[in-house]
Write a protein that binds this ligand. Structure first.
Ligand SMILES: C[S@@+](CC[C@H](N)C(=O)[O-])C[C@H]1O[C@@H](n2cnc3c(N)ncnc32)[C@H](O)[C@@H]1O
Length: 169
């Protein structure tokens, strides 16, 4: 009994601590992710998608169904372990346990998915602008639930917005 208590307490503590640093874990719905990809951005094998705050890995699993390569960046080590297990058979999916604001995108990055905290959106957009400048081409952003200030959405589908984020140093 005490062991079960400590395991639950540690898991709860990890989830509470990650909330201090960013958005809480609220997963996107599988069907909605697929519809968003179909309606907003035609993902293909030529794409590398990065999910900023990749939770349990469901966005990476959906991206794989369209043949795209994917990278998940997640702060919560428990979710990293779960998502690595869920994507273990997907060769083109990698997950890193780190703060996405400190992550430099690979040059092949074409699209970023984010379902974060509205308050973080300006900083997230700024980070993508800097990464676009570093890799030398614009990056598409699929944002779930939150708009990107200073940008006009190229397309919208329900609570999803597609933006083309330009290179800004
Ligand atoms: C709302 S959930 C979205 C999960 C997944 N992308 C989805 O759509 O199902 C946001 C996730 O971002 C993670 N997160 C928040 N801030 C982060 C940061 N600075 N770096 C890495 N992950 C972060 C949280 O731990 C949480 O799992």
């Amino acid at each position: 009994m005490p062991i079960v208590f400590w395991i639950i307490a540690i898991i709860a503590l990890v989830f509470c601590l990650t909330v201090i640093f960013g958005a809480p874990y609220v997963p996107s719905r599988n069907e909605e992710i697929k519809k968003a990809f179909k309606n907003l951005y035609p993902l293909s094998k030529n794409d590398l998608l990065i999910d900023l705050g990749s939770g349990d890995g469901k966005v990476l699993i959906a991206a794989n169904k369209f043949g795209a390569k994917s990278i998940g960046i997640e702060l919560n080590p428990i979710l990293v372990a779960i998502s690595r297990w869920r994507t273990r058979r997907i060769k083109n999916a990698k997950i890193f346990c780190r703060d996405f604001f400190l992550y430099d995108f690979p040059s092949e990055t074409t699209v970023v998915y984010v379902f974060g905290d509205g308050r973080d959106m300006p900083r997230i957009v700024r980070h993508i602008e800097k990464q676009a400048a570093k890799i030398g081409h614009p990056i598409y952003l699929i944002s779930h639930a939150f708009k990107a200030e200073g940008y006009k959405a190229e397309k919208t589908h329900r609570a999803y917005y597609l933006y083309k984020i330009k290179e800004k140093k």
